[in-house]
Design a protein around this ligand. Structure first.
Ligand SMILES: NC(=O)c1ccc[n+]([C@@H]2O[C@H](COP(=O)([O-])OP(=O)(O)OC[C@H]3O[C@@H](n4cnc5c(N)ncnc54)[C@H](OP(=O)(O)O)[C@@H]3O)[C@@H](O)[C@H]2O)c1
Length: 364
């Protein structure tokens, strides 16, 4: 049950105003709250969670679907506690698809009633597991009509992560060769599709159950990481490697298969885990030192660029992702949908690997 107050909003289009220059703004709503770190059982569905006032660049979205990312289950279990513990209770969730119900005073590109999708930054305190989510204007794009809310919610956080690595960091270009380590997951699949849409040749490692899927979206070579000697199967050298697994063995593999001048990008940067272990004051400088050391080491030993990739909001990237979704060139298949009231079951299914692929929560 959402609570509303009446307010004046100069941004509301005249057509939506009907006869009154007022409309309703939500002041509280149902949300999934994380009061402390732990297993799925700590998640609480509360009915009267405050919805803060919108800042000028904010957009209030009536959520219809929110997807479950590994960051959600990891945050719930305590990953990033050095940053998030002082912010408890917080709301999990990064992705959302829904309808605009209100806009801040400086929002120009979106209007009330439009269907949108997008993703929050990894460190956002008020997540999207709620009836109403707040995102900045540049974190949202119009949802393609041909894509359902469920499908749209599965894409942005994963695709923007892949975008950050392949397009913003490595600046992949037509004709280049890209290796995606872990192509069966959401970020890996998005990475394959972004690279294929750019005109790159893509090879990937994945589980045997993902082979058909990665080939279907355009990978030219798929190597089963469970049953083969990967290093002997991979053909040629690459301009960019996106490593979604980021363990020492995949890092070695990725770096050894790069051409000189190539880019290695891992999603498993150590900043948050070191900050959790040693506190922000020691952990973050330690992480910076480790990263710098590796960058210098690999530049000299292999002539390559090494980086930790973190998802970042990117309006231009999101609009390009939207364009690819609309053209049917970018999709993350959903393996299972749960109503948001079954969020604990959804997290348990991910924790216990009962469901391997993408899980989406439907918000009624
Ligand atoms: N740094 C960031 O900002 C950022 C952003 C997003 C995600 N991430 C991290 O990136 C990772 C992937 O995220 P996601 O959303 O893509 O997760 P996901 O959809 O759950 O995918 C994980 C996939 O990894 C594959 N896998 C596991 N071990 C593998 C191995 N040794 N070799 C190749 N593939 C392997 C599995 O693929 P198969 O099904 O084919 O076996 C699994 O489906 C997670 O650890 C997540 O926390 C980081």
């Amino acid at each position: 049950m959402a609570l509303f107050r009446l307010c004046n909003n100069a941004k509301t289009p005249k057509s939506a105003l009907k006869f009154l220059d007022f409309r309703c703004i939500v002041t509280s709503c149902r949300a999934v709250v994380l009061p402390r770190f732990g297993g799925p059982e700590v998640l609480q569905i509360r009915s009267n969670v405050q919805v803060p006032d919108l800042k000028p660049c904010d957009v209030l979205v009536r959520a219809r679907a929110v997807s479950v990312n590994p960051l959600d289950t990891r945050m719930r279990a305590g990953y990033g506690r050095s940053l998030f513990e002082p912010l408890l209770p917080l709301i999990l969730g990064r992705d959302v698809s829904g309808e605009v119900v209100a806009v801040g005073s400086s929002v120009e590109s979106l209007n009330v009633g439009q269907e949108v999708f997008g993703a929050l930054h990894p460190t956002a305190r008020r997540g999207t597991y709620a009836d109403y989510a707040i995102l900045a204007e540049d974190q949202l794009a119009l949802k393609p009509n041909s894509v359902t809310h469920l499908d749209a919610s599965a894409v942005p956080f994963a695709a923007l992560t892949a975008w950050r690595a392949l397009k913003s960091t490595a600046r992949i270009a037509e004709g280049q060769r890209v290796l995606v380590i872990g192509g069966g997951g959401a970020v890996g699949l998005a990475g394959i599709q972004l690279a294929v849409a750019t005109g790159c040749h893509v090879a990937t490692t994945c589980g045997h159950q993902s082979i058909d899927r990665v080939l279907e979206v355009g990978a030219e070579q798929a190597i089963d990481y469970t049953s083969e000697d990967i290093a002997l199967k991979i053909e040629g050298q690459f301009d960019a490697v996106l490593d979604t697994i980021g363990v020492p063995e995949t890092e070695r593999l990725g770096i050894n298969f790069l051409k000189r001048g190539g880019y290695y990008m891992t999603l498993q940067g150590e900043a948050a885990s070191l900050a959790d272990r040693y506190g922000l004051a020691i952990g973050l400088p330690t992480a910076t030192a480790i990263l710098l050391k590796k960058q210098i080491q690999y530049r000299y030993s292999h002539g390559i660029e090494y980086s930790w990739t973190f998802m970042r909001s990117d309006s231009e990237g999101l609009h390009e992702i939207r364009r690819l979704m609309e053209a049917g060139k970018l999709k993350i298949p959903i393996e299972k949908t749960f109503p948001i009231t079954q969020v604990k079951e959804a997290h348990e299914a991910k924790d216990k690997r009962i469901v391997i692929g993408k899980v989406v929560l439907e918000v009624d």
